[in-house]
Design a protein around this ligand. Sequence first.
Ligand SMILES: [Zn+2]
Ligand SMILES: [Zn+2]
Length: 241
Amino acid sequence: MDIEGSDWRLGGFTGSAECGIFKNCVAYGDVSSTVDGWEPKVGGFFGESLAAVEAEYCHAAGGVTSASSEYEAGGFVGTYAGGMYSECSFDNEKNPGLNAAGTGELESGITGEAGSLVMANICEDYYGSHQYSTELTVDKQPTCTEDGSQSYHCERCGDKKDSQIIPATGHDWGKPVWEWSEDYSGATVTFTCKNDNTHQEMPQVTVTESVVREATCTTDGEKIISLPQPSTAEPIQTNRK
Ligand SMILES: [Zn+2]
Ligand SMILES: [Zn+2]
């Protein structure tokens, strides 16, 4: 849920935390304060935190915006006036430049992390586990020569498990293109891959000749020129004087 407020002490979970133990709690939405005249105390989770507060495994997943140019908002706590924190996180991708606490000396216990990691924390600390899809998702498409991979993704946070290799597909060679030398003494052959036409092979061609009939003064002779490799090549017959 997104929160917008026009009074001070605005937080994604609680505006003012005076005392109490907060465990495994989540503030999902964006927090937006329109207060610009005095200290707005706006944070992703708590607007203000006082000394008797303890928070563990709590996470703020939203973006925090404050209309005040004088007072910094906090990614997690707007104004830190005390309290004990451990294993808490906020999204520092949505809140570039924001500290865990906007004002006040917070020493430790809240870390800014990438959005996907905050969502993974929420899976583990709030839901108790990831929610993996039953279908595999391709993480990397295989190519002709390189293996790809696929895995099961968590539908909430994108965490991946059971990564499997998708074998390289191998080349899919199209029809060979032959080119004879002018006197039929040699030839080249080019194979082009149907998956990627920059994949080409030109295997060595060995031409063999066998004379079927010698030419005489008045009749043509005949010889067969054949191409024993590659194996897909058709032997080619030609008549020469
Ligand atoms: Zn997850
Ligand atoms: Zn290929």
